[in-house]
Design a protein around this ligand. Structure first.
Ligand code: ADP
Ligand code: ASP
Ligand code: MG
Length: 438
């Protein structure tokens, strides 16, 4: 069985939902479909939660009413029969009343995660109803019945495999199985989610649990491009990436993939294919185990990075020093992205500055601390094994007019990363494309 995941734009209108129905039934084989919320909906739901949090039910109601009107309009366009129009309208009324219930009594338990979950709950209901109306044997499986995270907020793969197995066994012989991306329960059974863009992660976790023969991520672009298409002109789709290269690109900012979605597919050895719903015949990108030797594949950039340097006149790198430094970051659950050391200092970069003040205060016990904000990591990905002569020189050559705060090379065979000012990001990405892919 294949898993096919469709993102927000790919289910963003009744027209696109019909396109999804065509794509998922094309092969005639049983298919597992993961859907995002219609584009813009998750943002609106977050806006509603924010208004409720600020005790502003009036503004929350305005957004709810606006969203409801939009969805009711979609019903007219999506369904042909009164039966399905009525069925879906009733369902939507129920969901919007549920949202409105939070605005009536602000002092009852206010569940932001349950509000945000409505986007995927609604889109999957709309599409399954459309498929059923069209005569397809389709079933909606509730992701909250089998998608769960553990106490560390990491997906609980064993639980997912076991529960999904039970659900699939209880529902044999369907042509299309549909479920919600993004949403899950946490270790305490509460509604939760896999963070923004998390539907990719759902698809890959389900792919590994089934297991699927292939995981397809359908989006609004024809695969992973060799640079950020939002910033650089004339980027090109990459035909093939290995799992490590794709994981590095996703982690370092290639928005087409959720940062951790490659891991489950990689461990299960299941290829991931990136495809465009706007251009379904384009080859897209295949992500698998194949390593293409001697090739730089792509560049990506990750924003909102803070660099922290600690400098000491004492024997800084004496045994145990780095452990103490890392423990400070660990105690604030703040992962370190890049690291560079010298005799007298160590520099690190983080992308979560929630506890920056506390971390800096604690680091000051060990030396002088300097902080640079508004930084960005630019990551060059490909077969960058150190036996390939000249590749790191090629990448650094493209950086010759850019002030570079840190460089990381040798952490894996697949990347070289530069820490620069965000203000220099655009010209850095352009230079890199010019030098590496001209
Ligand atoms: P979806 O809603 O389908 O999950 P996303 O918006 O999350 O789609 O991801 C697709 C977008 O990722 C593209 O429209 C593109 O602008 C952006 N993107 C950023 N970097 C890349 C890249 N290297 N290759 C392809 N797309 C990229
Ligand atoms: N709807 C969620 C979001 O907008 C999840 C996803 O689309 O992947 O982040
Ligand atoms: Mg996405």
């Amino acid at each position: 069985m294949k898993v096919m995941k469709f993102g927000g734009t790919s289910v963003g209108s009744p027209e696109r939902m019909k396109g999804v129905a065509t794509l998922v039934t094309k092969s005639g084989e049983p298919t597992f479909v993961v859907l995002s919320a219609m584009s813009g909906t998750t943002n609106s739901l977050i806006e509603i939660s924010n208004y409720l949090y600020k005790k502003n039910p009036g503004s929350a109601n305005e957004v709810i009413n606006h969203l409801e009107r939009k969805y009711m309009q979609h019903i007219e366009e999506l369904y042909a029969t009164d039966e399905y129009k009525n069925k879906t309208r009733d369902f939507l009324h129920g969901e919007f009343d549920y949202l409105r219930s939070f605005t009536k009594d602000l002092f009852t338990s206010f569940e932001e995660k349950s509000i945000v979950a409505q986007g995927e709950i609604i889109s999957t209901n709309m599409v399954v109803n459309y498929l059923q109306e069209s005569g397809v044997k389709a079933i909606l499986l509730n992701a909250l019945d089998f998608m769960r995270t553990d106490k560390n907020a990491e997906p609980d793969s064993r639980y997912i495999k076991e529960k999904l197995g039970i659900v699939m066994e209880a529902n044999p012989a369907y042509q299309v199985y549909i479920t919600q991306g993004f949403i899950c329960r946490n270790a305490y059974g509460e509604v939760d989610n896999l963070l923004r863009g998390g539907s990719d992660y759902t698809a890959s976790l389900i792919g590994a649990a089934l297991p699927a023969e292939e995981i397809q991520i359908w989006t609004d672009i024809d695969g992973m491009h060799n640079n950020d298409p939002r910033i650089v002109d004339n980027t090109e789709a990459i035909p093939q990436l290995n799992f490590e290269e794709a994981a590095e690109l996703a982690y370092f900012g290639a928005k087409i993939l959720h940062p951790t979605c490659i891991q489950p597919a990689k461990y299960a050895g299941i290829p991931v294919r990136l495809k465009s719903t706007m251009d379904p015949d384009a080859p897209g990108t295949i992500i698998d185990n194949v390593i293409t030797r001697g090739k730089i594949k792509a560049v990506a950039a990750k924003d909102n990075i803070t660099a922290i340097k600690i400098k000491s006149s004492r024997m800084l790198l004496a045994t145990g020093f780095l452990r103490k430094v890392f423990e400070i970051f660990e105690s604030y659950q703040t992962p370190i992205d890049m690291i560079a050391t010298s005799e007298v200092g160590v520099s690190m970069s983080i992308d979560n500055s929630t506890h920056l003040t506390e971390i800096v205060d604690e680091l000051k016990k060990y030396g002088t601390v300097t902080v640079d904000t508004d930084m960005c990591i630019v990551c060059v990905v490909g077969d960058l094994d150190w036996s390939n002569l000249g590749f790191e020189t090629l990448a650094t050559d493209a950086m010759k007019n850019i002030p570079v705060r840190m460089i990381s090379y040798g952490g894996s065979n697949y990347n070289i990363s530069f820490l620069i000012k965000t203000a220099d990001k655009k010209r850095t990405l352009q230079n890199l494309s010019h030098v590496l892919f001209k």
